[in-house]
Design a protein around this ligand. Structure first.
Ligand code: DQA
Length: 178
């Protein structure tokens, strides 16, 4: 074994080490920078009067029905199973939250006006294992004072509001980041 050979082996060894370290650094940063759709099972739960989307106060809530929006949403996130439930009844919302809150990857909850009043919903969300994202179509801070307070917010992972129906879209993206 000549000195030349040893030198070459050392150079190769260093080059390989640098390459490995570089790959590790690049992989690590890409994990934080690039959003990726996760395979998830999520449910959107809508509260009172949200069955009237498209018809109800379109200047605030838009003119798209939830059915049309849901098909668009499911097309945008083909790796996600997106279930949907709506009820005008507080107890039924609680039943659905309990039913899904231990097996789903995420719950997107627009509790409608119950957001501002319901201690029962707050207690329920606190009991679940599945993360719940609070969603509002309108910017509730830019409306009547009574809409500024959310009873359920402390139990939720976070709140997305004011982006129209795209608030639901952003909530799916937020769940993918958890
Ligand atoms: C809402 C806002 C609530 O204050 C209201 O009672 C609703 C809809 C929204 O999505 O903007 O029903 O949750």
């Amino acid at each position: 074994v000549t000195a030349d050979n040893i030198l070459w082996i050392l150079v190769c060894f260093h080059l390989i080490s640098y390459f490995c370290i570089l790959q590790f650094i690049c992989k690590d940063t890409s994990k934080n920078d690039i959003w990726e759709e996760r395979d998830m099972k999520v449910i959107i739960i809508n509260g009172p009067n949200l069955n009237l989307l498209g018809v109800r106060e379109p200047e605030i809530y838009g003119s798209l029905s939830m059915d049309t929006f849901l098909s668009q949403l499911r097309e945008s996130y083909p790796n996600c199973t997106i279930d949907y439930y709506q009820s005008n009844v507080e107890g039924e919302l609680i039943n659905k939250l309990q039913e899904t809150g231990f097996s789903y990857d995420g719950i997107i909850l627009n509790a409608g006006a119950y957001t501002h009043t319901s201690i029962a919903l707050l207690d329920c969300i606190r009991s679940l294992q599945t993360p719940v994202i609070e969603v509002h179509i309108s910017n509730v801070n830019d409306r009547e004072d009574f809409r500024r307070h959310s009873m359920i917010a402390p139990a939720c992972k976070g709140t997305i509001q004011g982006f129209g129906l795209n608030s639901y879209r952003l909530a799916i993206e937020a769940l993918s980041l958890l």
